[in-house]
Ligand binder design. Structure first.
Ligand SMILES: [Mn+2]
Length: 313
């Protein structure tokens, strides 16, 4: 339900539910205008920013991702979401938890503080939704979720597998480390949209770019459901999965990516999986003055909230 309210719902709303119409350019641009708070009583999901791009192999800028995605989300905050026909925030209590704080330039500190922050949220019975940051932002979130749920089923949309077998911990190796640490179960994991070379000696299911074109979104959803089953599942969406024509603001763009239709037809059908946490990473606003990339990223998160909320009719 959407209502007109003279206040700023990021801090001036006595309900955790619903959406109030606010001017998109005004007020505190929390994620989807949700309450900005660290009070988690009765909260289903807390959105957490990780403004770090210390580990990118390409162009920096993803540290500005959380702020840009939040700002873009104010353009989506009108209540009922097309084509779902409901406001997910009538059904799910979601708050904006702010950003993880860490010492600048200190990767180990970023990893430790992100994991501890996410873990403390999960221990209060609230789910965590991350906004990166480069893709290394996902590793501490996987660590926190695995401490609570055990080894996770895992879905990754990406141009890159990020499985380089390397001691260095960065955005191109974090999936290797997640497997080594037992955070994800590779037999219950699937990567979608890959179009770069990585070794593939692990049991993960990989849907390469041409397969998507040949088989379409419905087949992708079938593969996802087959691989993750009903296990607790974590989904990570790297915006570089999307074609750079639609999402140019990212550090390591790769041409021939997913189209918006392919992405949203897939996400809108993910209503049968047990999604416990998810994130959106690698939005680097400096390369996209149109802000379309951040809007795309905010829309991905919104669709996933709708997919979860659809089960709570
Ligand atoms: Mn990635």
């Amino acid at each position: 339900m959407s209502r007109i309210h003279p206040g700023d719902q990021a801090f001036d709303n006595n309900s955790l539910y619903g959406t109030e119409n606010e001017m998109p350019y005004s007020g505190v641009r929390s994620f989807m205008r949700r309450r900005l708070t660290r009070e988690l009583q009765g909260v289903d999901f807390a959105v957490l920013g990780i403004p770090s791009d210390m580990s990118t192999s390409g162009r920096p800028g993803a540290r500005l991702g959380p702020e840009a995605v939040r700002r873009a989300s104010s353009q989506l905050s009108w209540g009922e979401v097309w084509p779902w026909g409901f406001d997910p925030f009538d059904r799910l209590a979601v708050v904006d938890y702010g950003d993880v704080h860490f010492r600048r330039g200190q990767v180990a500190d970023m990893l430790a503080r992100s994991e501890e922050t996410a873990h403390s949220v999960l221990m209060q019975g609230t789910g965590v939704v991350g906004i990166g940051g480069d893709h290394l932002s996902t590793l501490p979130l996987l660590r926190a979720h695995a401490r609570v749920h055990g080894p996770l089923a895992y879905i990754q949309f990406d141009a890159h597998r990020d499985t380089q077998a390397n001691d260095a911990i960065d955005h191109g190796t974090f999936v290797h480390h997640a497997m080594q640490e037992g955070l994800i179960d590779p037999t219950a994991s699937i990567q979608i949209g890959i179009r770069t070379f990585y070794d593939h000696n692990d049991p993960m299911t990989v849907l390469y770019r041409p397969w998507l074109r040949e088989h379409g979104a419905a087949a992708v959803v079938q593969e996802i459901e087959r691989v993750v089953g009903d296990r607790p599942t974590y989904l990570s969406f790297d915006i570089d999965a999307v074609d750079p024509a639609f999402a140019p603001g990212t550090g390591t763009p790769v041409v021939d990516g997913l189209t918006p239709g392919e992405v949203f037809d897939t996400l809108r059908a993910l209503t049968n999986i047990n999604l416990v946490g998810f994130d959106l990473v690698e939005v680097a606003p400096p390369y996209d003055p149109s802000e379309t990339t951040a809007l795309f990223g905010a829309s991905v998160l919104l669709e996933l909230f709708c997919a979860i909320a659809s089960k709570r009719g």
